[in-house]
Design a protein around this ligand. Structure first.
Ligand code: PMP
Length: 426
């Protein structure tokens, strides 16, 4: 079916009229290839169906939330059971205490937990809690790191005031000297250092945390009485059953969680150690839906699977298979193809591809073969994937590399951005 006749295009046309820009945020398809669908009909396990009935092995996993598989029978049964009992009530159910206990038992730095809905809620709450704890204003964080879409951290400037962004100093991830300089600049006003568990910025190669950087962040915070915050929203539970920085032996004061905490149900969390308890207890944070019981039931079931299954080891094994297989196929086709980041959260970029033209073309060829990959954002493996899924992906990749050898790709992302900007100004 030509794209122009698709249900997806019809929905986009309707959306143009009733949704500003037709779509917003990370799923605005402006920076995805044109043949990528915007609207989906359903998901099951590792697969996703778009509104035109095409199905994909979904390498995005909803940008992280899908850890055990879409429509997971046990997790969703726990959710539905609780819906029947009550979800949004005048106050929380006992599940809130049970979930806090489960997280405190699982995450070694955590002595307490608070719950909210999105990752941005959790990171914003960490910011406020750190400032309340230290009675200081300044935070240090890495350039290019995403911590959410609130005015203090949204990557776009529209509608944001300088004052929303005040009291923040930026450093380069993994660069100890720049971290030290930023902390020195904060002087005696340092409230917190924010850190992603590894460098997972879009458009560039990912990087593991340098243990020296993580340790120095801890030392600097200790020396200044500031809070160390690790933002686990994206990476949490895919690298470790504990906080990801337990892998480099560093304990934060605060950590922020979301996305896959309830395998896609709406809940996020701020975890803290006793060093941050007083500040957290003093702030006013809430939301109409923050005490919802059904996502807490789903989170408890997700955490049970985290504890009782070998999902983490399987994710790593699947990721290794994917990485080795893709490296082999890219090399055989003669492409410099970079796979960066942990194997469970990979990002793919082509060498010599400044406008992402090759990446866009290759991704489109993968999509046409039933694999939803992203040309410039990291992807996520889920425990519902099988070795056969990975092997199918590798077959698709081999064919997509061959297509790329044969055909000259059209517009890339940078071209496309320029094109869209020009179109918007017409
Ligand atoms: N922090 C990180 C590291 C993230 O990746 C994200 C979302 N991609 C957020 C915070 C914000 O989470 P949410 O979109 O759920 O608000």
């Amino acid at each position: 079916m030509p794209i122009a006749d698709s249900r997806d295009r019809a929905l986009r046309a309707r959306a143009e009229a009733v949704i500003p820009g037709g779509m917003y945020g990370h799923q605005a398809t402006g920076l995805l290839p044109d043949d990528y669908p915007q609207f989906f009909a359903r998901g099951e396990g590792a697969r996703l169906w778009d509104v035109d009935g095409r199905s994909y092995l979904d390498m995005m996993c909803a940008y992280g939330p899908n850890l055990f598989g879409y429509a997971h029978p046990e997790i969703d049964a726990a959710y539905v059971r609780q819906l029947g009992l009550g979800d949004t009530l005048t106050g929380p159910t006992e599940l809130m205490v049970a979930l806090a206990e489960a997280l405190v038992a699982q995450v070694s730095h955590a002595d307490w937990a608070m719950f909210c809905k999105n990752g941005t809620d959790a990171t914003s709450m960490a910011l406020v809690a750190a400032r309340a704890q230290t009675r200081r204003k300044t935070i240090v964080r890495a350039k290019g790191a995403y911590h959410g879409a609130a005015p203090w951290c949204t990557p776009r400037g529209a509608g944001v005031l300088d004052t929303d962004r005040a009291h923040q100093i930026f450093c380069d991830y993994n660069d100890v000297a720049s971290l030290e300089a930023a902390v020195a600049q904060a002087g005696d006003d340092l409230a917190a250092v924010f850190a992603a568990p590894f460098k997972h910025d879009a458009f560039v190669d990912q990087a593991a945390p340098d243990p020296a950087y993580a340790r120095r962040a801890r030392e600097l915070c200790d020396a200044r009485g500031a809070m160390l915050v690790v933002d686990e929203v994206r990476a949490g539970l895919r690298l470790s059953r504990d906080c990801s920085w337990s892998l480099v032996g560093v304990r934060p004061d605060l950590s922020t969680w979301g996305k896959c905490l309830a395998n896609g149900h709406a809940i996020s969390a701020l975890l803290g150690s006793d060093s941050a308890r007083k500040g957290a207890a003093s702030i006013y944070v809430t939301g109409s839906f923050w005490y919802q019981a059904a996502p807490m039931a789903a989170a408890l079931e997700t955490l049970r699977l985290v504890r009782e299954t070998d999902y983490l080891e399987r994710l790593a094994a699947l990721g290794e298979r994917l990485r080795a297989g893709l490296a082999e196929r890219a090399a055989a086709a003669g492409f410099g193809f970079r796979q960066s980041g942990p194997v469970q959260i990979p990002l793919f970029l082509f060498d010599d591809d400044p406008d992402l033209r090759k990446g866009f073309f290759w991704s489109s060829q993968m999509l046409a073969r039933g694999v939803y990959v992203h040309p410039w954002h990291n992807m996520f493996l889920c425990a519902a994937m099988t070795e056969a899924d990975i092997d199918g992906l590798l077959d698709a990749a081999e064919a997509a590399f061959a297509d790329l050898r044969r055909e000259a790709p059209g517009l890339g992302a940078v071209d496309k951005m320029a094109f869209l900007t020009a179109a918007a100004s017409r």
